[in-house]
Ligand binder design. Structure first.
Ligand code: B12
Ligand code: SF4
Length: 570
């Protein structure tokens, strides 16, 4: 089969140097990129009329997975160069979260140097969603912007940065190339598949996938999803979709397309048999219903929730597919999954009960899973018996965002769980841990520093966590620490707008080695009220948390705690 489309899909690195620390929660699967590419992969396997059937995505799950790379720092550059040489992609898809923007520029430069005119470079991902958006669709509403079908560019918008020369073009011989040919924002599953079709047409008719621009006006604006395609040609040009909803009920799951390559230590009962853990979703698309000011998952960046009432069925299907895939690809291993919904099924009691009913219909199923709840939900669902029912349906692990002992210290605001109004927030957390333990569900916690709290509050929080771990017989693990980073849409109420072109932490900084212990950390893009993280304070936090994570359920020292999902915040 001729391979007209040869793709490489890469999650750009967030750090200049170093590898991920063993105690930190990470993943081997670029799950965000898998989500973005899953419809294109499905086309390759199922749609004879599609150009994707003549692409290097044709094949089994392993073949497809080989076309992906998750980078953590520039130390992974040799592997990227090896993949460039092996695949010789004529489309490079680059996914970038905010701290990954310098990494995306570095990867694109390298690809341009190696492949020159022969590669179309497409940038997308969370950073683009937060920096290039439309006001009309309700993706975000920022004051001072005119309404209408108009694209808003944050200071950190890569398209704007190319246009104003802050991201300079690459010169190869006498030719000048933009770093990114196309920048795509929004729900990208269908539009990525379409870009493949357009690039294949350009390749056939002009000899190069890079000649896509004349073909872009033919792109059907009814292609599902709220998306924007941007490119620079005598200024910034954008094409805006009509915002037709994606039917997520028919969307293939990442596990069924790309398999499962992550392992989450908390599910592993036998130290000698690794337990694969799939990233699964209910695909409501819109983010979290709470909009805590410090977190990127509030629903505003991605619009409102999509087709929420079918979310239990979609999640059920994803879990079943993950189980089937693990049984085939990892014979003998127990099947596990982590549900990456910001909050499990939006925290809706009705949806959770519907989900349990579906799982109860097939009691032979053996998949065990974890998810995220807010503290308040864990407490309420425990008291009403719903946690117990969920445990019987497969729930073994709940991750909660503890964040702080004093929510009033949080810059901007923490909106989840506030209406309950605990007189002391710590009492709510303790109650939730007790309920989880009663339901025989393990728990882990995300803790967030750098919100403007005094160091004494951080020490008090860590003392309290130590105490809770004694109550819950050490099941509260891992403790995942994060240092709040000012993401683009989180700066609305500040005077600051960063362009994010510099690394979040310099490779020469004494904070760099310590930063690897955090899910997310930056010495440069800190919350205004918090100021620069101080070395001694950060070191003290890291040492304490590493000591806590080194103690396992039985109170003895263990190896690595876990390896799936990023900063869980629910
Ligand atoms: C799974 C996950 C991970 C996994 C996989 C990462 C990966 N690159 O694939 C791991 C654990 C490795 C991870 C790491 C990090 N993560 Co993470 N992660 C998530 C999580 C939980 C789910 C992502 C997901 O699949 N969402 C569902 C899909 C459908 O939505 P999506 O991710 O936005 O993807 C859609 C579009 O953005 C777009 N898209 C995505 N990629 C691409 C690529 C192209 C070319 C195009 C065109 C489009 C496109 O298409 C997708 C489908 O519509 C989210 C939180 C959440 N619930 O979303 C955080 C989240 C995305 N992560 C976040 C962060 C900060 C990180 C880290 C930078 C943390 C760190 N260690 O410093 C690293 C970056 C690692 C890297 N090199 O990419 C932030 C991003 C915020 C921001 N503005 O940057 C989030 C929102 C969590 C949060 N609340 O802060 N993460
Ligand atoms: S911190 Fe948790 S509850 Fe608040 S917006 Fe983020 S994911 Fe939602």
């Amino acid at each position: 089969m001729p391979q007209n489309l040869r793709i490489l899909a890469v999650a750009a690195p967030e750090n200049e140097t170093g590898s991920i620390d063993d105690g930190r929660i990470y993943s081997r699967d670029p799950a965000s990129l898998y989500n973005a590419m899953r419809y294109a992969a499905w086309q390759a396997a199922n749609n004879p009329g599609s150009a994707w059937t003549e692409s290097n995505l044709v094949g089994d799950r392993k073949t497809r997975r080989d076309k992906f790379l998750l980078m953590s720092s520039l130390d992974d550059m040799p592997e990227f160069e090896r993949k460039l040489a092996e695949e010789k992609p004529n489309i490079l898809f680059l996914g970038a979260m905010t701290l990954c923007l310098p990494g995306a520029v570095a990867c694109a430069k390298k690809a341009r140097e190696v492949l020159g005119d022969d590669v179309l470079i497409v940038l997308g991902g969370y950073h683009i969603n937060e920096t290039m958006f439309q006001i009309e669709t309700g993706l975000i509403q920022i004051g001072g912007v005119e309404p209408g079908r108009q694209v808003i560019h944050h200071t950190g918008s890569p398209l704007r940065l190319m246009d104003n020369g802050k991201i300079s073009a690459v010169q190869i011989m006498d030719k000048s190339f933009p770093i990114f040919d196309l920048v795509i924002s929004g729900h990208a599953e269908h539009i990525i598949a379409e870009i493949g079709e357009v690039a294949a047409r350009a390749l056939k008719e002009t000899g190069s996938t890079r000649n896509v621009q004349p073909y872009l006006p033919q792109v059907n604006l009814d292609i599902p999803g709220d998306w924007i395609i941007g490119y620079v040609q005598d200024g910034m040009k954008t094409i805006i979709s009509n915002g037709k909803a994606i039917d997520y009920n028919k969307m293939p799951s990442p596990a069924s397309m790309f398999g499962v390559g992550s392992y989450f230590g908390v599910f592993q009962n036998n130290p000698d048999v690794p337990t694969p853990t799939a990233h699964t979703y209910s695909d409501t698309g819109g983010g979290c219903v709470y909009t805590c000011d410090f977190c990127s998952e509030g629903y505003k960046p991605k619009g409102s929730l999509i087709d929420a009432s079918n979310s239990p069925t979609r999640l059920y299907r994803q879990l079943r597919e993950a189980e089937a895939v693990i049984n085939v690809d990892h014979p003998g291993a127990a099947a596990t999954a982590f549900v990456e919904d910001s909050i499990f099924l939006g925290g809706s009691r009705k949806f959770i009960e519907d989900f349990c009913s579906l799982m109860e219909k097939e009691p032979r199923s053996s998949i065990r899973f974890g998810c995220q709840f807010t503290v308040n939900q864990a407490l309420e669902f425990g008291k009403s018996g719903l946690l117990k029912r969920l445990h019987e349906a497969g729930l073994d692990y709940v991750f909660m965002g503890i964040e702080t002992l004093n929510p009033d210290e949080i810059e901007g605001g923490m909106h989840k769980d506030r209406k309950r109004g605990y007189s002391i927030w710590a009492d709510g957390v303790e109650g939730a841990l007790i309920e989880l333990k009663k339901a025989e569900i393990k728990s882990g916690a995300a803790v967030l520093f750098g919100l403007g709290e005094p160091h004494s509050s951080r020490v008090a929080l860590l003392d309290k966590i130590d105490e809770w771990r004694r109550i819950s017989l050490h099941t509260l693990r891992p403790i995942s620490i994060n240092w709040a980073v000012l993401h683009p849409l989180r700066d609305v109420n500040t005077d600051i707008q960063y362009d994010y072109l510099q690394w979040g932490t310099s490779k020469d900084s004494p904070l760099m080695p310590l930063s690897h212990a955090f899910g997310e950390f930056s010495e440069r893009y800190f919350m205004p009220k918090a100021g620069t993280p101080k070395l001694d304070e950060v070191r003290q936090i890291v040492e304490r948390v590493q000591a806590m994570n080194a103690v396992d359920d039985r109170g003895t020292h263990s190896g690595r705690a876990g390896a799936t999902t990023t900063r869980a915040r629910g």
